[in-house]
Design a protein around this ligand. Structure first.
Ligand code: GDP
Length: 144
């Protein structure tokens, strides 16, 4: 019975977050981390790094054909980023909700991108958009 209750209680997931160069440069790291903590998303792994061009191109390979691809790679390699694994109940969708829409201008009040983003490109954070992508993105940065 106890086992049953434990299994029913939570759908604990992990998702990948990146605090992007604009937000790192402006010192928003701790304020963004507070948003995760308030939403019960625990930072279980974290590292600061400067992406190489090749890493950024590989990470965003799905956007290769988009007109903004080269600009996106240049932006993501323009400074340090903080790559994080967040863990919590329904972490993937919960993080997408608190991040807000891609374009900070269109993001809901109180979301991270609304409060800390500069533009549709320099929008403060990345967050995996599905459980499958979360698994792949976590592997990309942290291995198995
Ligand atoms: P996300 O899942 O909300 O991050 O959005 P996407 O997967 O569609 O885009 C990936 C990233 O590319 C975004 O977070 C932005 O940094 C950048 N991006 C998206 N759309 C545009 C655009 O129209 N112009 C530019 N310059 N960058 C964009």
């Amino acid at each position: 019975m106890l086992q049953y209750l434990i299994f029913q209680r939570k759908n604990v997931e992990q998702t990948l977050s990146i605090i992007k160069p604009d937000a790192v440069k402006q010192g928003f790291e701790s304020q963004i981390n507070e948003r995760f903590e308030k939403s019960e998303l625990r930072i279980v792994k974290q590292k600061k790094l400067h992406l190489t061009k090749e890493e950024a191109e590989n990470f965003y390979a799905v956007h290769k054909e988009r007109p903004f691809f080269n600009a996106l790679v240049a932006y993501m390699t323009s400074g340090e980023v903080i790559v994080q694994v967040l863990e919590g109940e329904n972490a993937v969708m919960r993080n997408r909700e608190i991040m807000g829409a891609t374009d900070p201008k269109a993001a809901a009040p109180g979301t991270i991108r609304k409060d800390f983003g500069q533009s549709i490109e320099a929008n403060a954070v990345h967050g995996s958009d599905s459980l499958e992508n979360a698994t792949n993105e976590i592997k990309f940065f942290f291995g198995d």
